[in-house]
Design a binder for this molecule. Structure first.
Ligand code: PLP
Length: 403
């Protein structure tokens, strides 16, 4: 039944501890930026903000690409922008698929009219670079596309070997860094990524709605000289770049306030420093992993391929997956995620991302999980998870003290 309009009360959302793989909690300075005065999108102040955001993004993407900008829309808009700009009907794309987001790339590439060659891996494993090499040598693709951090499985895809294949075959390398940018290293230039996109609400800790991208000059030259027009007007980078990097020709009304928030979040990243930020993410991921394993829980991804920023943990036999998530939300205000696609009901996914990646949150998630699991009759030694996490933190501070 639709609510009568006079029953729609004042906005009063709950204050959650956001430990799903995005969105994350917002740093206070980002919240403050969201309440700053709105300017017009052609205001000289805002035009400076655009330049500053681009400079800060070059730092985070580790790139000197002039075409580094923000596309309106969530991470999926970044994905769509990458493929729709690089692919023309009849082109071939080789796409690595080891989870939901790889599948989505296949869907978008085929909508661009491309012939799509998928190189699959079991969900929970990375795509094998040898398989990708074989596919690329056979099909001479225009694009090789890959997900860096597969959020649906908690697997990190090694990029270096795939970048080498792209270099050998001359294909453009597209990299999805939605779940990784600002959490683990994304070396856009060093790896030679031609089109790297991300999303604001994951490790950057900005509200959802913006997709930062960076595009190599080689890819931009191709985009500017395509024989057919890009099939999306809104995402056509040959038009969009004239708003961002050239003559400031009107393209859209910028989401000024969220851009302020992104600017502040990027400033925070610069102040923290990339190396320190990556170390912090690794530390909290290690503590969480140790705690989960101390409870006898199994991780989906094998050691060596575990994604620092998303931990996928198997639901033990006899435990009701959704009930645990509901308990965490109802009793502790903690949000974590369940599995997607074939892994629905089989795993939980916990984010170690941006501002949410804090010791207090890790410890709280572990003790809340422990309580909920015990209530369902799953045997856990009380306090074991927290103790294991504490050991990781103690070792880290001892190492730091030794310098
Ligand atoms: C979250 C995510 C996306 C999609 O981002 P939205 O902001 O939900 O559109 C794409 N790729 C990866 C790897 C993600 O984690």
């Amino acid at each position: 039944m639709e609510k009568p309009l006079d029953k729609i009360g004042p906005l009063d959302p709950p204050e959650r501890i956001l430990m799903a793989p995005g969105p994350t909690n917002l740093p206070p300075r980002v919240v403050q930026a969201l309440t700053a005065p709105l300017t017009g999108h052609k205001d000289p102040y805002y035009l400076d903000v655009m330049d500053e955001v681009a400079s800060l993004l070059r730092y985070v993407f580790e790139t000197s690409n002039p075409t580094t900008l923000v596309v309106q829309g969530t991470g999926g808009a970044g994905m769509e922008a990458s493929l729709v700009n690089l692919l023309e009907p009849g082109d071939t794309a080789v796409v690595g698929v080891a989870g939901l987001f790889g599948q989505r790339m296949v869907e978008i590439a085929s909508r661009c009219g491309a012939r799509v060659v998928t190189v699959e891996a079991e969900w929970g494993r990375p795509v094998d670079p040898d398989d990708l090499r074989r596919a690329a040598l056979q099909s001479h693709p225009k694009v090789i596309a890959l997900v860096h951090g597969e959020t649906s499985t908690g697997v990190e895809q090694p990029v270096e070997p795939v970048a080498e294949i792209a270099r050998e075959t001359g294909a453009f390398l597209v990299l999805d860094s939605v779940a990784t940018l600002g959490g683990i290293p994304v070396h856009a230039d060093l790896w030679g990524v031609d089109f790297c996109y991300s999303g604001s609400q994951k490790c950057l800790s900005v509200p959802p709605g913006l997709a930062p991208i960076t595009v190599s000059e080689r890819a931009m030259q191709h985009i500017r000289s395509r024989s057919s027009k890009v099939r999306s007007w809104y995402f056509d980078l040959s038009i969009l770049e004239k708003y961002w990097t050239r003559e400031r020709i009107y393209h859209h009304t910028a989401p000024v306030i969220t851009m302020y928030a992104l600017r502040e979040a990027l400033r925070l990243i610069y102040e923290e420093g990339l190396e320190e930020r990556f170390r912090r993410h690794r530390l909290h991921a290690a503590a969480l992993t140790a705690g989960l394993q101390a409870m006898g829980l199994e991780l989906l991804a094998e050691e060596g391929f575990r994604l620092t920023t998303v931990c996928a943990v198997r639901v033990p036999q006899g435990v009701d997956e959704a009930k645990v998530r509901n308990d965490l939300l109802a009793r502790y205000n903690i949000e974590i995620s369940g599995g997607l696609g074939p892994l629905a009901g089989k795993i939980w996914r916990i984010g170690i991302m941006g501002h949410s990646a804090q010791r207090g949150n890790i410890v709280l998630v572990l003790s809340a999980l422990e309580e909920s699991l015990r209530q369902q009759g799953y045997p856990v030694q009380p306090g074991a998870a927290e103790a294991a996490a504490s050991r990781v933190y103690a070792e880290a501070s001892a190492t730091l003290a030794q310098g």
